[in-house]
Design a protein around this ligand. Sequence first.
Ligand SMILES: Cc1cc2nc3c(=O)[nH]c(=O)nc-3n(C[C@H](O)[C@H](O)[C@H](O)COP(=O)(O)O)c2cc1C
Length: 171
Amino acid sequence: MFIQGGITLKGVVAFDSVHGNTKRVAEAIAEELTAAGHQVEVLNLKEQVPPEVTGDIMFIGSPTRVGKMTRQTRDFIENLDTGKWSGRTIVAFDTVGPLSKDPAKREQALSSIGQSPRTAAHTIQEVALSRGLTISPEAMHIAVVGMWGPLAPDALDMAKQRTRHYLEQLK
Ligand SMILES: Cc1cc2nc3c(=O)[nH]c(=O)nc-3n(C[C@H](O)[C@H](O)[C@H](O)COP(=O)(O)O)c2cc1C
């Protein structure tokens, strides 16, 4: 547990990953939460996850595959016991690619991907909204530079920086 603005919070990081890239992003998010003194629960959606997960903020992530989240990610959100998440924030994150190895081009691509409905994070947001969950309108898109990875060199720093941003917004 940690104190933020006088409130004790817990972060959940739920992820699916086929080739390990989204897993590394999930671990970076969890590390950042822990580094800030927060309590963290990490859920690998390839494993059996109970529907009654509780926390104050939840990051849900999936690789983007054919413009969508994975089946396991969808199943998790569809079966989630939403009662305990009333008024709490859900942050959608994903990995996308393959994007340019050139940082400026990659940034440009990430910004236009942010407008596209054909990402895992966007489909996570849609299903979460349909279940009455409160989502952060800003999804986190993290780049891979090959079809199956690896992550872009700045990917994990970006994930950590974005995590700090979401925590700031909770204040
Ligand atoms: C079958 C397949 C379909 C994919 N479709 C997309 C896609 O529609 N959009 C995209 O940005 N990346 C796509 N990718 C790239 C994945 O986003 C990339 O493999 C992912 O970041 C890997 O994450 P993981 O290691 O956690 O599985 C696809 C990759 C595969 C293998």
